[in-house]
Design a protein around this ligand. Sequence first.
Ligand SMILES: NC(=O)c1ccc[n+]([C@@H]2O[C@H](COP(=O)([O-])OP(=O)(O)OC[C@H]3O[C@@H](n4cnc5c(N)ncnc54)[C@H](OP(=O)(O)O)[C@@H]3O)[C@@H](O)[C@H]2O)c1
Length: 312
Amino acid sequence: MAIQTIQSIRVHEYGGPEQLKLELVPRPTAHEGEVLVRVHAAGVNPADWKVRRGWFKDFLKVQFPYVPGGDLAGVVEEVGPGVTTFQQGQAVFGQSSHGSYTEYTAVSVNTLALKPEKLSFDEAAAIPVGATTAWQGIFDNGSLQPGQRILIQGASGGVGLFAVQFARWKGAHVIATTSTANVDFVRSLGAETVIDYTKNDVEPLVHDVDVAFDTVGVPTLLASLRAVKRGGTLVTIAGQPSVEEAQALGVLVTSFSARVSSELLQTFARLIEEGQVKVVLERTFPLSEAAQAQEQSQSGHGLGRIVLHIAD
Ligand SMILES: NC(=O)c1ccc[n+]([C@@H]2O[C@H](COP(=O)([O-])OP(=O)(O)OC[C@H]3O[C@@H](n4cnc5c(N)ncnc54)[C@H](OP(=O)(O)O)[C@@H]3O)[C@@H](O)[C@H]2O)c1
């Protein structure tokens, strides 16, 4: 008989990490165009604690109680009506709009792909939002071309580490920023120049890049803007610089919300299987320690993605 009750983290109201409650809830089912996934691992993104704090409430409606998260990796348990592209038992990774800090969740087939065989579930859960944001940031918004120079601020983070690797794969020259502890790591990703932001300011060192990709925000945005050549692009995912200064410098500033798709997930899986791109975890936590995981994410520092390890 199918399991009826599952463990899930749920949030009943906006607030601090104490709002992340581990509860027993009915097992969900897959609707039209969805599969039910037994979640083995869930990625912890900064957006997860920002939503929980209510920072996005003006443009993202949540229905309480909600299950946090979105990124996941697991095994297809059940196939919903109309689904022909996935089968029960397949190992998958992707993003659920119903939340991922849970033992089972429904996932649209449009945001799901087969898990790269060489990756663990924990590693695969670290990919969806981070890699998608990096790809759409530097290619779709930044139009990065082979041979161009790109500045990547926040290169050791869950987005930045993919941005460095994708830019190198494209044949761009990468200048990256990180703190002392992560310098060797960022160099190992392929960055030609790594600036330790705790020791050096970016502004006097970096000029005339074609593209700047800023994943940090307030502390770095101005230096990112001033590093871009006239006619170049600043892509920012964590804040907006002064419009007047951008206009005066002749720099196009773009920002966007990442949209996970099966096609992109398949591209990432292929690059990983080919050994072109690697995945790095900061740390794993059990589902019962989702609050500690989000608190660590909220620190804004570290190397790689934090993941909830939910099942072996
Ligand atoms: N718009 C979108 O669609 C979208 C999508 C994903 C993420 N985001 C946003 O993008 C931001 C980054 O996300 P993430 O997942 O990469 O976060 P993360 O995994 O927490 O990484 C943050 C990184 O920033 C680095 N950092 C902090 N201060 C820095 C500074 N002054 N200079 C250079 N690096 C610095 C940290 O490295 P150190 O430890 O070395 O300081 C850390 O590796 C978050 O604000 C997130 O909400 C937006």
